[in-house]
Design a binder for this molecule. Sequence first.
Ligand SMILES: [Fe+2]
Ligand SMILES: [Fe+2]
Length: 169
Amino acid sequence: MLKKKVEDILNAQIEKEGYSSNLYLAMASWAETNGYSGIAQWLYVQADEERLHMLKIVKYVNERGGHAVIPSFKEAPKEQKSITDLFKAVLEHERYITDSINNIVALTLEEKDFTTQSWIQWFVNEQIEEEAQVTEILDKLKLLGNNNLYLFDRDILGMRGDVGGNSGA
Ligand SMILES: [Fe+2]
Ligand SMILES: [Fe+2]
């Protein structure tokens, strides 16, 4: 049975993962309507992954005798200034999520909930991958400046290690 504090922090994380999904979906839609179909595709896949993260927590909370609550989500920004700004915002958001996952780890230790502590490690590792992947994208964009975004848009899907949905989520 989950302790109330652990249930609450996991419910808060459900909201964050769900918002992440909507955020990337909104970015995908912006990219698609601005001619960046490859980047849009990358973001659509990312949005799906975030939804799976949310579901993973929903299932866990319910399996452990808690009640996963599905909240409403605040509206994600409709517009982006540029592709570089978009990916900077993705990295900033992922860092925020990493902090949030770390706070869950800390609470599980405080509450001596070693089952959840072990289960949440999957998210700890996922965040390492996500930050690394977006950092790599930003490094490439820095090299390109604002040139050759056409080629970048074509090549970005090749930068996913898990094209084809093999993300283990
Ligand atoms: Fe996530
Ligand atoms: Fe993420």
